[in-house]
Design a protein around this ligand. Structure first.
Ligand code: SAM
Length: 330
């Protein structure tokens, strides 16, 4: 058995969202006054670990813990330790906004976390406060340094550029990464509707960012780049690391997508853009066997569309979804 869909894509990468709560309020991601899921709706660590174990038995090799903001949930290191102990994993990582990372980094590394991705869209304190609704840039920078000290590398920085807001910061963000050995990845603003503010005009294309970075520092495509990775990876010709581009709008990578997701309220999701979810929470709490739960996951995967049919550039419109990114798990 393996998590293979009807287009032959072998799904080995599971994203586990462990909370919908967040300590920032990035407007492109979530509402300013969110209504959180009640605690009882959120999977326990034991339930999350069970789904991870079933997924690994089905061929998943990479786990990424995300949210919401995963570090706002109590005792994350306990979950990390239980996931790290699962045999068969080739990667265990965490996506965080970095705000609480300074106080967690060592403990997470000790628990078996291998690496972190930190989301950071700006290095300007005022702009950070405006984009995220919170004045926490200093904490994020401390968190990054602590993660590096704790050996949680290679550290990647995820940056979303928005036209008219932080687009001019591409070079500064890239420079920041080059100087510290962090791999910055520029992610196009995706139409996961929240405040109806998405439109193509606000998307800064990866191609544009690539051009301006290449003018500052010549880059070449990484010959060892993973064809299933969403980011196309480039190496700086001067040997100063790498930079990535996730062109999710202008060049969707559905054809090579091998990602599946578990939301914090226990729904299994086979595509960011597909609201049809499988309710694993009901199955877990209803006493179903591991095999039955695996079969539910297989069945959901069999319904996964080819993708690419979502021609965002063609429709120029946001895709209406029941959930926003903070609820799905980025
Ligand atoms: N709180 C954690 C963090 O900030 O990394 C994890 C969850 S957050 C939803 C994961 C990533 O999703 C962040 O890098 C964020 O920038 C990205 N994201 C959220 N909404 C997005 C959108 N509409 N388009 C592109 N990226 C988005």
């Amino acid at each position: 058995m393996g998590f293979v869909d009807s287009f032959g894509r072998v799904h080995d990468d599971l994203r586990l969202s462990i909370t919908d709560r967040c300590n920032l309020r990035c407007a492109y991601c979530m509402p300013q006054d969110p209504v959180w899921y009640p605690h009882g709706a959120i999977l326990s660590y034991e339930e999350i670990e069970r789904v991870a174990r079933i997924a690994i038995a089905g061929g998943v090799r990479k786990l990424r813990v995300t949210g919401g903001e995963p570090l706002v949930r109590r005792d994350v290191a306990r979950l990390i330790a239980s996931l790290a102990a699962l045999p068969g994993l080739s990667d265990l990582s965490l996506t965080t906004n970095g705000v609480l990372l300074a106080s967690h980094a060592k403990e997470l590394a000790r628990a078996g976390l291998r690496r972190v991705n930190v989301s950071l869209d700006t290095l300007d304190r005022d702009r950070f406060a405006k984009l995220t609704g919170r004045d926490r840039l200093t904490d994020v920078l401390k968190g990054l340094a602590a993660a590096a000290d704790a050996g949680l590398g290679p550290i990647k920085i995820n940056a979303v550029l928005l036209r008219g807001e932080n687009e001019a910061e591409a070079i500064e963000l890239a420079r920041f990464g080059r100087e510290r050995g962090y791999e910055v990845r520029f992610i196009e603003f995706m139409p996961l509707e929240n405040d109806h503010s998405w439109d193509l005009g606000r998307v800064v294309s990866g191609a544009m960012v690539r051009r301006s970075i290449a003018e500052a520092w010549p880059i070449v495509p990484d010959p060892a780049g993973d064809p299933h990775a969403p980011a196309s990876r480039y190496l700086y010709e001067d040997g100063n690391g790498a930079v990535g581009f996730i062109d999710s709008v202008t060049a969707p990578f559905c054809a090579s997508c091998t990602r599946i997701r578990l939301t914090s309220d226990g729904k299994f999701r086979v595509c960011l853009y597909d609201d049809k979810e499988e309710d694993l929470r009901a199955a877990l709490r209803g006493g179903e066997s591991d095999d039955a739960i695996a079969a539910r996951m297989q069945a959901a995967l069999a319904r996964k569309g080819r993708g690419g049919a979502i021609d965002i550039l063609e429709s120029k419109a946001a895709i209406p979804l029941a959930r926003t990114m903070h609820q799905i798990g980025g």
